[in-house]
Ligand binder design. Structure first.
Ligand SMILES: Cc1cc2nc3c(=O)[nH]c(=O)nc-3n(C[C@H](O)[C@H](O)[C@H](O)COP(=O)(O)OP(=O)(O)OC[C@H]3O[C@@H](n4cnc5c(N)ncnc54)[C@H](O)[C@@H]3O)c2cc1C
Length: 402
C-alpha cells in the first residue's frame, strides 16, 4: 500500500499486491484469519468487527497491507503488553527468488520466518498469511488522559499505566527547561458492553465523514509560532476531557485516516518522519538530549509521539525491543536533514536505532551502527535471496544485501 514513509517500497520494478487481497478463511469461533498478503487492515476490520474480533496489533493507519505489516513487523500502542505483529502471526507462505513457495511458521523454517518479519520484503514475496485476532465486545475504547508536566512525569505515567492494554503519549517538542517533555498520556481498553449505553453496544464499524486538505499548504504554514499555538491548544483540549470517556476505535487508533491528503500539510517538498528507539534504562537521558536539539530548532514537530515498548528479542532486523520510541515529523529541508544527522549520533551513542519503515536517509555506516544483527540477517539472505533478485532503494541505500 506504499504507506511506509521512506523508500522501502520503491525500486526499479515494484511488485504490487493490491489486487491480491482476498480473505481466504475467517474462523469466527477461534478468531483466526487466513488471507492474501495484499488484504488491507481496513478490509479485514470490515469483516471481523461485526463478529466481535479485532486486530491483535495495529499501527496508526488501517490502510496498510498484511504483507506490509509482516515485512515491517509493525507495532501498535499495545507493544508493552502484546508485542508486535509477528507475535500473533501463525504462518505465511513466501515466494522466493528460486521460484519456490516456502511455508514458514515459528517451527517450520524459523530463520526464514524471523528474517521475513521486519525483513522489509527482501526474503521474497509474502503470498498468504494466517494470524490470530483478539476478541472485543464493542467498537469503543475506554480512554483516560493523564497530564504530565515534563518527560520524567510522562515516563512515570507509562510505568503507572503498564497494566493498560494501550498506552501512547503526545508531547510538546518545543517545551523547554523544567517543562521539557510536557505532554499527555492516553491509555485505553476495549470497552465492555456493560460499560456502554445500549445505543453504543452494536458491533458496527464506525463511519465518519472525512476531511480533505485540497492543496499543498505553503511551507511557511508550519513554523515555530503555528506549532507552538497548536501545541498549546492541543494540550488544553486533551486535559479538559473527562476521565474516562469513550471513543470509537477509528478515533483512537487512526486519527490521521480521517483526513484525506494529510501529507499536503507539509507543503510540496514533503516531510520525513524520524522514529528512534532507545534502551529503556537510558531513555530519559537520550530523549532529553534529542528534545533539547529539537526544541532549539525552528523545526519542531506537532506530531511528537512517545511510546513504551516491552521486551522483545530480535534475531534479525525487527525494530521493537524494550525501551522508549519517539516519533517526530519534519518538513524536508537541508537544515532539518542536518539536524537529523545530529540526532543519529545521539541514537548511536545510546545503542538505539531508527525504524526502517519510516526512514529515508540513514547511510550504510549509520545503519550498521544501529542494527547489530545485520550480519545474521545477511546470512539468511544468502540462502533465500542469493542473487539479490529482491531489493529496494532502501536495501541498496543502507546495504541490507550481503
Ligand atoms: C499514518 C501512518 C501511521 C503509521 N503508524 C505506524 C505505527 O504505529 N506502527 C508501525 O509499526 N508502523 C506504522 N506506520 C508504518 C506502516 O505500518 C508500515 O510502513 C507498513 O509496512 C506499511 O504497509 P504497506 O502495506 O503500505 O507496505 P509498503 O509501504 O508498500 O511496503 C513496506 C515494506 O513492506 C514490504 N512488503 C509489502 N508487502 C509485502 C509482501 N507481500 N511481501 C513481502 N514484502 C512486502 C515492502 O517491500 C516494503 O519493504 C504508519 C504509517 C502511516 C502512513
Amino acid at each position: 500500500m506504499g504507506r511506509c514513509y521512506g523508500d522501502a517500497a520503491l525500486a526499479e520494478n515494484v511488485y504490487s499486491t493490491q489486487a491480491f487481497n482476498q480473505v481466504l478463511h475467517f474462523d469466527k469461533d477461534n478468531g483466526t484469519i487466513h488471507c492474501q498478503s495484499g488484504a488491507t487492515l481496513d478490509e479485514i476490520l470490515e469483516l471481523i468487527v461485526p463478529h466481535g474480533w479485532f486486530l491483535p496489533v495495529t499501527p496508526g493507519t488501517k490502510f496498510i497491507s498484511v504483507g506490509g505489516a509482516i515485512a515491517a513487523d509493525i507495532h501498535g500502542k499495545n507493544h508493552h503488553k502484546e508485542g508486535s505483529f509477528s507475535n500473533h502471526l501463525l504462518s505465511f507462505t513466501l515466494f522466493t527468488s528460486s521460484n519456490e513457495t516456502v511455508t514458514c511458521t515459528k517451527q517450520e523454517n524459523p530463520n526464514i520466518f524471523w528474517a521475513t518479519c521486519g525483513g522489509m520484503g527482501l526474503t521474497g514475496i509474502i503470498l498468504e498469511a494466517t494470524f490470530q485476532l483478539k476478541k472485543i465486545e464493542s467498537v469503543f475504547i475506554r480512554q483516560e488522559v493523564v497530564a504530565a508536566n515534563n518527560l520524567k512525569e510522562l515516563m512515570q505515567a507509562f510505568e503507572d499505566s503498564s497494566d493498560w492494554t494501550y498506552t501512547v503519549s503526545w508531547l510538546d517538542c518545543f517545551a523547554k527547561g523544567e517543562a521539557m517533555g510536557k505532554g499527555v498520556l492516553f491509555r485505553g481498553e476495549h470497552a465492555l458492553t456493560n460499560e456502554l449505553p445500549a445505543k453504543k453496544q452494536k458491533l458496527e464499524v464506525p463511519r465518519k465523514p472525512k476531511l480533505n486538505i485540497p492543496f499543498f499548504l505553503p511551507v511557511f504554514t508550519l513554523n515555530r509560532l503555528s506549532i507552538k499555538a497548536f501545541n498549546f491548544l492541543y494540550y488544553r483540549m486533551q486535559i479538559s476531557k473527562p476521565n474516562p470517556h469513550f471513543v470509537d476505535y477509528d478515533s483512537f487508533f487512526y486519527p490521521l485516516d480521517s483526513i484525506h491528503n494529510w501529507n499536503r500539510m507539509y507543503g510540496r517538498k514533503g516531510f520525513t518522519q524520524y522514529q528512534l528507539l532507545l534502551p529503556k534504562e537510558i531513555s530519559h537521558q537520550g530523549i532529553s538530549e534529542v528534545l533539547q536539539i529539537v526544541s532549539k530548532s525552528n523545526y519542531g514537530s506537532f506530531l511528537a509521539v512517545l511510546k513504551l515498548f516491552g521486551k522483545q528479542e530480535q534475531k534479525f532486523l525487527g525494530f521493537p525491543s524494550e525501551g522508549y520510541t519517539l516519533t517526530l515529523d519534519f518538513p524536508i529541508n537541508k537544515k532539518v536533514l542536518a539536524m537529523l544527522d545530529e540526532l543519529d549520533k545521539i541514537v548511536i551513542k545510546y545503542s538505539g536505532k531508527v525504524y526502517l519503515a519510516k526512514d529515508v536517509r540513514v547511510d550504510k555506516d549509520t545503519f550498521k551502527a544501529m542494527y547489530g544483527n545485520l550480519d545474521k540477517f545477511q546470512e539468511v539472505l544468502k540462502t533465500i535471496n542469493p542473487e539479490e533478485k529482491f531489493s529496494s532503494l532502501l536495501s541498496k541505500r543502507v546495504g541490507l544485501a550481503h
